[in-house]
Write a new protein. Structure first.
Length: 181
């Protein structure tokens, strides 16, 4: 009888332990569910923060790029202004040709004498308002690709470019005779 009572007592203890273990398992399952819910919430918050961080980072990077571009443009503009100032400082006044170095179409050197016929031809060949520099070292030449130059010992008068046909119309023989005298 005593052994039977001990056995019943042990079964009863085992039942109590089993109930306690089941209660603990139930509590642990409930805790796991709660932690799983919290984990899901934290993951959602983390995604939101990550998205905000990425947006903020993109925004920050865009601002940095814009600022860098603005600073680069400012540096380039400043450098351009400095170069322009340097050019302006180094480029002194432009040398104008002296008035005595120019010859008017209407004014022919006193040493160059022409007949009225050749004078007319000269005025036809020269364009109005044409002023040419004096050059006593130039040689007389007729070049259809460039220009005809008539020269005496004092000066030369470069004539504008004309076709061979127009030069032939000009009485070169009369002019050479006049220049020789």
């Amino acid at each position: 009888k005593q052994k039977l009572n001990e056995f019943i007592s042990s079964v009863s203890d085992n039942n109590e332990r089993e109930v306690e273990l089941q209660r603990q398992v139930s509590q642990l399952q409930h805790e796991v569910k709660r932690l799983t819910g919290e984990l899901a919430t934290l993951e959602a918050k983390l995604k939101a923060l990550s998205s905000k961080a990425n947006d903020g980072l993109d925004s920050y990077l865009e601002e940095c790029i814009e600022q860098e571009e603005t600073e680069a443009a400012d540096r380039i503009e400043l450098e351009r202004k400095n170069i322009q100032i340097e050019i302006d400082e180094n480029s002194g006044p432009v040398d104008e040709p002296m008035e005595q170095d120019l010859v008017d179409d209407d004014v022919i050197d006193a040493n160059l004498t022409t007949t009225p016929a050749s004078q007319n031809n000269l005025s036809q060949l020269q364009s109005p308002n044409d002023r040419r520099p004096l050059n006593s070292a130039a040689k007389t030449r007729a070049n259809p690709d460039s220009q005809m130059i008539i020269q005496n010992s004092q000066c030369f008068i470069p004539l504008p470019r004309y076709t061979d046909e127009r030069i032939r119309e000009f009485c070169v023989d009369d002019l050479e005779t006049d220049l020789a005298t």
